[in-house]
Structure formats: structure tokens, C-alpha cells
Design a binder for this molecule. Structure first.
Ligand code: TXA
Ligand code: MG
Length: 541
């Protein structure tokens, strides 16, 4: 079959292409189209023949039902029978958008669309190209993800072109998909709402809008047991599978690193979060920052494809906590791993706390210490490494002059500061000498504590600039409005407003870098920090 290609980012600018694709769809052909989740392979939801073509092009088992896409709430009653109030509540809150709702099916929709079920899955996509094509076709469109069955869902036109050229009538390139994982699927066909497939619309959001509990189907996070029927037939199949064999290591970064180091021959690659790449002992592919679930969803399938392109055979993978959007990421990752897990129980974790002068960092750290964390004070370590006899001193002398040491071997801090902070270059030289020494000692002290299962707290004004942040299970930035910080510093240290401001400005680099922390705690009242510290321990579990 000859496949027609169209590139459409702005539907208003390409009316002819939209109309051509719509007319192919009206004639019962199938076309791959972009949506805000993943690319879909669309055909008329009213035509059994078109739907059969979809199954054939994908090589998809016919017992796996399709989602019907609409471009208007008024299309809903043309495909769904009884529409409960809850469906309208969800539609109002989340449509158009990445949510699929399962409702009783109308007979207008041929059985093959729903693989013989008496329900139909409906979604109203927000992608302007998808919306324009459905509207122009004047039909609801059945569309599964536009990949060959069993492979990762396509998030870019190129993936579709690789899989389906020659198998479909048209492919529309609308650029990369914004969300990158498929829509959330919730069924309203049973007694209580139930989440069948997690996505970027979270269970927590659904519960808030519906004002009631949304159950999670067991197939979301575990394999179906023999003989168990799937509420969502798609859950039966090994899905999203890369060629590489994936093992998900449960727990935090410390447990992950301990596991990887204890099994050096069992993997050739790791799949991890972006900020963790510098400490990984194996070649790695990253899936966004730890605290950025929307990048994780967007990156996930690409990351799986990259592992294959890199020739990965066995991969150890990190996973987020299975809550919020993280539930969707875990669902796809666990499936990609065929539910293969490993863990390193009993290993401790590292919480890194940073925050400039007057931010309230010390208050947070004191509270965490009271709650049982073992506190390593990196300021004290920084002073230790310049004590007489330290191997760091000769290196400082080589860089900044022999006379920075006094005759008795002690460091003339004022002279070192004067030379080291002369310009950006010399400051860098100082960091290049001192930071690795500090990090080395901190790691050495942490190792036995972590082995004993302790939660280690590293309090470092230079958590990010020193690179210590890379080994933290959780990084926390404590911050307060500048005026409040100035007030606290002046009161605490009895210095002028100008001097306090200078001190804050000198920390600008760390301040900017630390915006990437997993958790940012803002405060203008030290008392309120107590409760927030408890939250840190919860988050880092
Ligand atoms: O984001 C998405 O939903 C994408 C884009 C293209 O819209 N579509 C998509 O379709 O992911 P597909 O076919 O790859 O996944 C549909 C899922 C499957 O797990 C299927 O079993 C489930 O929805 N499903 C469809 N109809 C159902 C029904 N009547 N009852 C239960 N599950 C259903
Ligand atoms: Mg699919």
C-alpha cells in the first residue's frame, strides 16, 4: 500500500491536508494521527471494515478493544448508551484531554471496536490536529496507539513511519507528543469507578472531581494471575517491551547504587533519573529529573527505544514512587520489565538539605536530627580538610602561593580567600581542589551509616555546586523571601543590611542550581518549618 505523508502543526494553515486525511477516513481507510498522548492509528468507529484494517496494520489481537475519539461532547451519545452524571463531571473537568472513560456501548458502534464487550472506551483529545481531523471527518474515530502490537507506543512521527509505512493509507506528522504516555483509562460501567490504566490525569484528580474513591485495578501494578480475567484486555499483553531485558530495582537511589555495585555482571546499562547520571557505574539512559514526572512520561518510551539503539541487553531501572503521575510511569516501566523486580532491603538513604544564609536550613536540619536522621555537617568537614597535615594544603599552595600557609603550618584563611575569590577562574580552581576532598570524606562517613540502614542528613550550603546532590535520595532546598533572609541574618549576626545582602548575593550560583531540588520548602515563618520537616521524611520513604 502506498502511504501518504502530511506534516501539520497548525490545522488552520493546512485545510487541504486535513480534508484529504478526513476523506480517506470517511472512505474507510486508516491513518496515523498525532494526539497529546501518543500517536494513534485512526479509522471510522462506525465501520467494522475500517476497524479490521487497524487490527491488521498493527498485528493486534482482536480481543483487545479500541478507544473511540470524539471532537465534541455532542458526539458522546452517538457511541455511548447510558451516560451517568459522573461521566459529565469528568468530561467537564478533563476534556478535551488525556482521559478515556468507559461507558455502556451503543449498537451504532460495531462489536469489533470493543472486541465484543458491551462497553465502549471514549476519549476527547485536546491535540489540535487530532481534533481538526475528527471534526472534518464528521465521525468518531477508533484509534489504538500507532505502534506494531507489543512495542513501545510512538511519541514521534518517525516511530510511526518506521513501524507502519506501507501498512496504512496516511501518516500525519504533528511533531512530538506532549505527554508521551497513553491516556488515563477509567471505567464508569461498574458499581464504582475503577482506574484501568494510569496516565497524566491522576487517580487523585479523578477522586477529587468525583468526590469518591476510585479503585485501582489490580492489573495496573501487577501481572494478571492465571485464569484471572482482565478488566481492560490490553493489560493481558506484554506491552511497551524493548528488546533489552529490564529489571526494576525498587527503593531509592542509595538502594539502587548498592544493588548495582553488588551485581556488577548482571547488567550492561541503567535507566535512571537525569540528576543521577553522574554517579552511575554503567552507561545510562535518563528519563527526566526525579521531581519532574511530566518529563518522565514524555521521555519514557523514547528512553526504552534509546536503550535498544545503544545495544543494551540487560538493564537495571530506577522507578518513581507509584503515586500521582508516578503511578502511570511505574505501570509502563513494570510492564516493560515484564514485572521483573529486585531490591536491596535494609539500606539507608541520604537526604541533602541546602539553603543560603537565613533561609531556615538549620531549623529544618535540627528537626530532622530530632526525628532520628544522622547529621553530617559538611561545613565542619570543609574546615577539617584544611587542618595542618591535610593533603589538600600542598595543592592549595601550588595553586595560590606557598605563603597561604603560616610558618606553623596553619592556613591563612584571609589570604586564601583574597586570592581564591579574586575572579571566577580562581574560585573555580579552589572548588576543584576542595570539593572532591569534601565529597570524599562525606562519602566515607556515610558508607557505614547507610549499610546500617540509617537515614543520613547532609547539610551542605554547596550541595549542588559540590556535586554532593548526585548521591542524595532526596534533595531539599529551604528558601525564604530575600527581605526575610536579610532580617534573620542581621538579627542573628548583628551585621548591616548591606553586608547581609552581600552574603546572600555571594551564594547566587548555588541558589540558582538548587532550584532543581526534588523538594523546595518556602517559608517566611521559622515555626511553620517544623511540620514541613516531617513531610520531608515522608517524601523520602
Ligand atoms: O492515549 C491514548 O489513549 C491513545 C491515543 C492514540 O488516544 N490510545 C491508546 O489506545 O492508547 P490503545 O488501544 O493502545 O489502548 C487502549 C486501552 C487498552 O488497554 C484496552 O484494553 C482498553 O484501553 N480498552 C478499550 N476499550 C475498553 C473497554 N471497553 N473496556 C475495558 N478496556 C478497554
Ligand atoms: Mg497501545
Amino acid at each position: 500500500m502506498k502511504t501518504e505523508f502530511y506534516q501539520i502543526t497548525d490545522p488552520a494553515a493546512c485545510p487541504a491536508a486535513i480534508e484529504r486525511v478526513a476523506s480517506l477516513l470517511r472512505q474507510g481507510e486508516v491513518a496515523a494521527i498525532p494526539t497529546e498522548t501518543v500517536y494513534g492509528l485512526a479509522g471510522s468507529a462506525f465501520s467494522a471494515d475500517a476497524v479490521k484494517k487497524i487490527f491488521e496494520a498493527k498485528g493486534r489481537p482482536q480481543d483487545n478493544p479500541l478507544i473511540v475519539h470524539i471532537s465534541d461532547l455532542e458526539m458522546l451519545p452517538t457511541v455511548a448508551g447510558r451516560i451517568p452524571e459522573d461521566a459529565y463531571k469528568l468530561a467537564k473537568a478533563f476534556w478535551p484531554g488525556p482521559l478515556t472513560v468507559i461507558l455502556p456501548k451503543k449498537d451504532t458502534v460495531p462489536a469489533v471496536v470493543s472486541a465484543g464487550l458491551d462497553t465502549v472506551a471514549v476519549r476527547f483529545p485536546s491535540h489540535p490536529v487530532a481534533a481538526a481531523i475528527i471534526r472534518a471527518a464528521g465521525l468518531p474515530l477508533a484509534a489504538p496507539s500507532a505502534n506494531l502490537s507489543g512495542f513501545p507506543s510512538p511519541t514521534e512521527a518517525q516511530h510511526v513511519i518506521d513501524d507502519l509505512t506501507g501498512r496504512v493509507a496516511a501518516i500525519v506528522d504533528g511533531g512530538p507528543c506532549g505527554f508521551g504516555i497513553e491516556s488515563t483509562v477509567v471505567t464508569l460501567a461498574g458499581e464504582t469507578p475503577r482506574l484501568l490504566r494510569p496516565g497524566v490525569i491522576t487517580r487523585e484528580q479523578l477522586e477529587e472531581v468525583l468526590g469518591k474513591t476510585v479503585e485501582i485495578d489490580p492489573a495496573v501494578l501487577s501481572p494478571l494471575q492465571d485464569g484471572q480475567a482482565a478488566a481492560s484486555p490490553g493489560m493481558k499483553y506484554k506491552h511497551y517491551a524493548p528488546n533489552a531485558k529490564l529489571t526494576v530495582i525498587k527503593g531509592g537511589l542509595t538502594a539502587f547504587l548498592t544493588y548495582v555495585n553488588a551485581h556488577p555482571d548482571d547488567a550492561d546499562h541503567v535507566l535512571c533519573f537525569e540528576e543521577e547520571a553522574p554517579v552511575m557505574p554503567l552507561p545510562c539512559v535518563t528519563m527526566g529529573r526525579r521531581a519532574d514526572p511530566l518529563t518522565q512520561t514524555r521521555r519514557l518510551f523514547d528512553a526504552l527505544r534509546e536503550l535498544d539503539a545503544d545495544g543494551a541487553k540487560r538493564v537495571f531501572a530506577r522507578a518513581p514512587e507509584p503515586v500521582g503521575i508516578g503511578l502511570g510511569v511505574c505501570n509502563r516501566l513494570y510492564r516493560a520489565a515484564g514485572f521483573t523486580f529486585a531490591e536491596m532491603p535494609g539500606v539507608g538513604r541520604v537526604i541533602g538539605v541546602c539553603g543560603g544564609s537565613g533561609s531556615g536550613k538549620s531549623t529544618v536540619c535540627e528537626r530532622l536530627r530530632d526525628m532520628g536522621c544522622v547529621w553530617i555537617d559538611t561545613d565542619a568537614v570543609a574546615r577539617e580538610i584544611v587542618q595542618p597535615g591535610s593533603p589538600v594544603l600542598p595543592r592549595l599552595q601550588a595553586a595560590f602561593g606557598a605563603d597561604i600557609l603560616r610558618p606553623d603550618g596553619s592556613l591563612d584563611r584571609a589570604l586564601l580567600a583574597q586570592r581564591a575569590f579574586a575572579d571566577a577562574e580562581t574560585s573555580k580552581t579552589l572548588s576543584a581542589i576542595t570539593h572532591p576532598a569534601i565529597v570524599g570524606i562525606v562519602k566515607e562517613r556515610m558508607a557505614p551509616l547507610l549499610e546500617a540502614g540509617k537515614t543520613v542528613l547532609i547539610d551542605a550550603p554547596l550541595l549542588f555546586t559540590s556535586g554532593l546532590s548526585h548521591i542524595c535520595d532526596l534533595t531539599v532546598k529551604v528558601t525564604a523571601p530575600e527581605a526575610e533572609r536579610v532580617r534573620r541574618i542581621m538579627q542573628r549576626d548583628g551585621i548591616s543590611q548591606e553586608a547581609a545582602l552581600r552574603r546572600i548575593r555571594a551564594q547566587a550560583q548555588e541558589d540558582a542550581l538548587s532550584d532543581a531540588a526534588d523538594l523546595i520548602i518556602e517559608n517566611d515563618d521559622l515555626a511553620e518549618l517544623e511540620g514541613k520537616a516531617e513531610n520531608i521524611l515522608k517524601v523520602s520513604k
